[in-house]
Design a binder for this molecule. Structure first.
Ligand SMILES: Cc1cc2nc3c(=O)[nH]c(=O)nc-3n(C[C@H](O)[C@H](O)[C@H](O)COP(=O)(O)OP(=O)(O)OC[C@H]3O[C@@H](n4cnc5c(N)ncnc54)[C@H](O)[C@@H]3O)c2cc1C
Length: 352
């Protein structure tokens, strides 16, 4: 299956490449790490040993409590789907995060960064590599006049709440998106006519070389559901958002109005990763899927939501294969009925 990583240049992090634990097809970067080109049984054993050694080294960097092995990704994704990550790290702070990523790079280990897992589909086989979660330990939020300084792991909802408390307007559209600031900047997340691009003044990132750089809004190259973070394999550390003085009561009312709209329109009672497909230029994915007669269509436990056709949901113990197969079916049907090619918005991890 074609994944968002397919065809991209070799990456060291956050997405070294899709690595399947079955290992029939080693990813870029992984191959070069082993200088093998093929994944023989012997190579796989060596890989596992290297990852185990890396887990030990990461424990020395971050502390034992920050490192988990064979951690089920289904616990860490809103889809509630995904096999184990060989090593799962929750760095306590920026410095340790940087050290972990530098270690992965120097050892050419597959490594990926995630936030709240609200836009991720992880394969049933999981991810043979190191998953670094940037969330609960890096979530400081500070205001300075009309500016909000926040760390990458801060949830958008928490930043929006702080904005409201400080009578700052501008974050209302993003207030209900269930992700971290880092994930939102990577995705240029947006809703109800607003997107991160509109409110981002600057972003501190870590480059694949381990350097810290500060990018302004233009340098972030925001576009529809993407940014330079994805293109250049950067890791978001923190950002400054620029809002405007407003009226706290009006801000609260607008956030509440949008929250109700979401509850009314979206299948929030079932696990999902939000809109599965990007909005094709000039169309709405949900309408195209509905017109193709796919409302309620199922593959295994995965289903096109009855409530909102743009959402593929985990209706009943769906596997990642169920979701992927349903995505393929939806793409094929929509192409044949409307001639429009749907592109996934959800990021795939651990697929061949
Ligand atoms: C019910 C529901 C509703 C949703 N509604 C919306 C919506 O209205 N609009 C919208 O745009 N999205 C929506 N989404 C999708 C999702 O919430 C957003 O894409 C969100 O920005 C992802 O943030 P995250 O922290 O969960 O990122 P993750 O899912 O963990 O990761 C997503 C991508 O960001 C990268 N990433 C995460 N953190 C970092 C970091 N610190 N540095 C570099 N890269 C990083 C990951 O590598 C991955 O490629 C919805 C999802 C759900 C479940």
């Amino acid at each position: 299956m074609k994944t968002p990583e397919t065809g991209q240049k070799q990456r060291l992090y956050p997405d070294v490449g899709a690595v399947n634990r079955n290992g029939q097809k080693a990813s870029r970067g992984y191959d070069s790490a082993l200088q093998a080109g093929k994944n023989t049984g012997e190579n796989m054993i060596r890989e596992e040993i290297t990852l185990k050694e890396a887990a030990e080294q990461i424990r020395r960097i971050c502390g034992a409590e920050a490192v988990l092995e064979e951690e089920a990704m289904s616990i860490h994704t809103t889809f509630r789907i995904g096999g184990p990550a060989t090593v799962f790290v929750i760095p306590p702070d920026e410095e340790k995060l940087r050290d972990v990523l530098i270690l992965c790079r120097s050892k050419k280990l597959p490594c990926t960064v995630m936030g709240n897992g609200s836009n991720l589909l992880v394969s049933d086989e999981g991810y043979r590599g190191i998953v670094v979660q940037v969330s609960r330990n890096m979530n400081e939020i500070r205001t300075e006049g009309e500016l909000i300084h926040a760390q990458a792991g801060a949830m958008l909802s928490a930043i929006a709440r702080r904005a409201m408390e400080e009578s700052l307007t501008g974050m209302e559209p993003e207030s209900g998106i269930p992700g971290t600031l880092g994930g939102a900047l990577s995705m240029n997340a947006g809703a109800y006519g607003g997107e991160m691009k509109d409110i981002t003044l600057s972003v501190r990132v870590l480059t694949p070389e381990g350097e810290i750089r500060e990018l302004d809004g233009e340098q972030m190259q925001f576009a529809y559901r993407t940014s330079i973070v994805q293109k250049e394999n950067l890791v978001v550390l923190s950002a400054v958002l620029k809002l405007k003085k407003g009226d706290a009561e009006q801000i609260r009312a607008r956030m509440e109005e949008l929250r109700q709209k979401r509850t009314l329109k979206q299948p929030l009672d079932l696990p999902s990763a939000g809109s599965t497909f990007k909005r094709p230029q000039g169309y709405f994915a949900a309408a195209l899927i509905d017109e193709a007669g796919l409302r309620g269509c199922r593959v295994g436990g995965a289903m096109v939501s009855e409530k909102h056709c743009g959402f593929l949901v985990n209706a009943d113990h769906a596997t990642a294969a169920d979701v992927r197969d349903l995505m393929e079916h939806v793409k094929t049907e929509v192409l044949s009925t409307s001639g429009v090619e749907l592109e996934p918005e959800v990021r795939m991890l651990g697929f061949d």
